[in-house]
Write a protein that binds this ligand. Structure first.
Ligand SMILES: Nc1nc2c(ncn2[C@@H]2O[C@H](COP(=O)(O)OP(=O)(O)OP(=O)(O)O)[C@@H](O)[C@H]2O)c(=O)[nH]1
Length: 299
């Protein structure tokens, strides 16, 4: 299993600085990182932050959540096929919505090979204090990036007074009480904290999870091997799910079909497509509190 980290945060908040730090940390540990970078422009200036010898895929002129997850899937697949690496770090553009970015990396195609550790959001503390000057759309994206972080950095803390810093910390933690929050300068984070992240709920973890806790953006991988359903039964099950299930995608074995069908769910809408290749019957579910939902065909 290769660990995957997503870096989120506004333009200029310190994501690239964080990326360079994380790469250095992993290398010190003898681990080989690979990087996927998203840039909105034609040219990626930030790629200079990635040292030579680190496998790098750049997604120019596109953003992980807008160009569609197929592109990201293709990049991850080619990295897996062509490169040796232990950890994958994905830097999203400042304009990426964290849930959509996460969605792009969760693919049933390589769910067995990747362990999604979660989202690190770098928040510019100074800009947080000035958020009232932002447009409502920008401010709402800023909030979403904070809300869905697993590890949250109140960066550029050197630019604030003690009092301002206390205010920022209090406000950020109130928006996302689940994330580990850290005040940082130049996005310096101990590797221990990065490694402690865990966004993917694995079956062995589910049994141990205490009910009521862990209400946080996570994913769950379901294996339907040896099972079969009708489309109606699956849709009935979907209707029982809480609104905190944001996204599902994968391949579900359907009675009368020789190959599992492609199943997509987003914001209340279900889509089925016949699949002509025999895919593994696996489904990825993304949402809050994923260890607490009932799965069709499972007790
Ligand atoms: N004062 C101060 N400056 C910082 C800190 N962290 C990063 N910076 C500076 O802020 C600027 C932006 O940092 P980057 O790491 O490039 O930010 P980014 O989020 O990757 O920016 P984009 O590539 O535009 O998305 C750089 O000039 C950094 O040196 C910090 O903690 N304090």
């Amino acid at each position: 299993m290769k660990d995957v980290y997503l870096l989120s945060g506004f333009l200029g908040s310190g994501k690239t600085t964080l990326l360079a730090n994380i790469i250095a940390h992993f290398k010190e540990e003898g681990l080989k990182p690979a990087v996927i970078m998203n840039e909105l422009g034609e040219l990626n200036f930030d790629s200079q932050a990635v040292e030579e010898g680190v496998p790098l895929k750049e997604m120019l002129n596109g953003c992980i959540c807008c160009t569609g997850s197929e592109k990201t899937e293709a990049q991850i697949q080619s990295l897996l096929a062509e490169q040796e690496f232990d950890v994958l770090i994905i830097e999203t553009t400042g304009a990426a919505h964290p849930v959509e970015a996460l969605d792009a990396v969760y693919s049933p195609l390589f769910a067995d090979q990747l362990n999604i550790k979660g989202i690190i959001t770098v928040a510019d503390s100074k800009r947080w204090l000035m958020r009232h000057e932002m447009t409502p759309q920008t401010r709402s994206l800023f909030l979403e990036q904070i809300r869905h972080a697993h590890l949250l950095l109140a960066n550029k803390s050197d630019l604030l007074s003690e009092e301002e810093l206390a205010k920022v910390t209090f406000e950020l933690q109130a928006i996302n009480p689940h994330a580990t929050l850290l005040q940082t300068v130049n996005a310096k984070v101990p590797l221990k904290m990065i490694k402690a992240m865990q966004a993917t709920v694995r079956p062995e973890k589910i049994e141990k999870a205490d009910l009521g806790g862990h209400l946080h953006l996570s994913s769950r991988l379901i294996d339907f091997t040896g099972q079969e359903f009708t489309q109606e039964a699956v849709e009935d099950w979907v209707r029982t799910l809480p609104e905190t299930v944001y996204r599902m995608k994968g391949y579900i074995p359907i009675e009368g079909n020789r190959k599992p069908m492609l199943f997509q769910y987003a914001y209340g809408l279900i889509q089925w497509m016949p699949e002509f290749v025999k895919m593994d019957p696996k489904l990825v579910i993304i949402g809050d509190g994923m260890n607490q939902i009932d799965i069709i065909g499972q007790k």
